[in-house]
Design a protein around this ligand. Structure first.
Ligand code: DAK
Length: 266
């Protein structure tokens, strides 16, 4: 496709104004849960953004006012085994890595629930602006899983090991004001419209600067995390191994059947 033509996607809406491409994840009936189509659409969108000279910055948000992204699609997850679980984790990590290493500033506009893969997606963006009703959390352990899209690595770097241990092991949800205090959110706004204005203001300030300097600054800050590949590999391997457990089958089935899980530890 020619690089100046905005592509269309099954699960994403792309809109560009003044050089800022807004990506809206558009599965409102499933609270924008990340299935494999969303992941592959995101990967293609970022490949296009990278090459498109008209795009100077990116904003990612969720359709509607209730959710940014309510996690990985649990229905899809429930069919994974050790091999496909590891594969999905590696694929997802690659997509999120392409967002984190995008040479143009990427802001997550977190407009409601950002759970599991939703928090992981927000963490892979360069900056997070949340609405007052935003809720962050990594509840994977409640499904017999661990975060599989880089969340164990990125959350730890952002909030420190002690807080990351607490949040991942309890799966506790964090509201916008606490997210701000922890540094998960850079800023909190009263409404989605206000959050968009704030994101536009922040991006406007960034875009007054040299695009080459912005790209190099992103690269330099990301390279402070060099040597991290082992952590991501470990996360994918451990995630895959959990997909073969009875607790994982129980955790995902319980969600889909709308009941509380009963874990056997196997
Ligand atoms: N997946 C699939 N469907 C989901 C969903 C999800 N994550 N979250 C919500 N939905 C669906 C609901 O099933 C419901 O669909 P219908 O029953 O209407 O068909 C619809 O969206 C509306 O949701 P609710 O009726 O539940 O809405 P409520 O307002 O009552 O509750 C909620 C909102 C966000 C509190 C609730 O929906 C909820 O607890 N959602 C699940 C949150 C969650 O546990 N998310 C997953 C976290 S685990 C991987 C890598 C990473 C991951 C996984 C794999 N690999 C490497 C393989 C990450 C895992 C996660 O994200």
């Amino acid at each position: 496709m020619p690089s100046n033509e905005t592509p269309t996607f099954e699960t994403l809406l792309l809109e560009t104004e003044a050089g800022i491409c807004t990506i809206t994840i558009n599965r409102p009936e499933k609270l924008n849960a990340l299935n494999q189509t969303v992941l592959s659409d995101l990967e293609s969108a970022f490949m296009w953004i990278d090459k498109s000279p008209e795009i100077k910055a990116v904003m990612i948000t969720g359709s509607g006012d209730k959710a940014f992204v309510a996690g990985a699609d649990i229905k899809e997850l429930s069919n994974l085994d050790a091999v496909t679980g590891r594969e999905l984790s590696v694929n997802g990590q690659r997509v999120f890595e392409s967002i984190e290493s995008c040479s143009k500033p990427v802001v997550a506009l977190v407009n409601g629930y950002a759970l599991g893969g939703g928090t992981e997606l927000a963490l892979s963006c360069h900056v997070r602006i949340a609405t007052e009703n935003a809720v962050f959390g990594l509840p994977e352990v409640s499904l017999g899983l661990i975060p599989g899209y880089g969340g164990t690595q990125r959350l730890t770097r952002l909030v420190g090991k002690g807080k990351a241990m607490e949040l991942v092991l309890t799966g506790r949800m964090v509201k916008a004001d606490e997210a701000l205090q922890l540094g998960i959110a850079n800023s909190v706004a009263g409404s989605k419209g206000e959050a968009m204005d704030r994101a536009n203001d922040m991006l406007g300030k960034m875009l007054k600067n040299s695009p080459v300097a912005l790209a190099r600054a992103i690269e330099a800050i990301n390279s402070s995390e060099q040597g991290s590949d082992e952590g991501y590999r470990a996360e994918a391997g451990l995630f895959g191994s959990l997909c073969a457990t009875e607790d994982f089958k129980e955790g995902t089935s319980a969600f889909l059947e709308k009941r509380k899980p009963s874990f056997s530890g196997k």
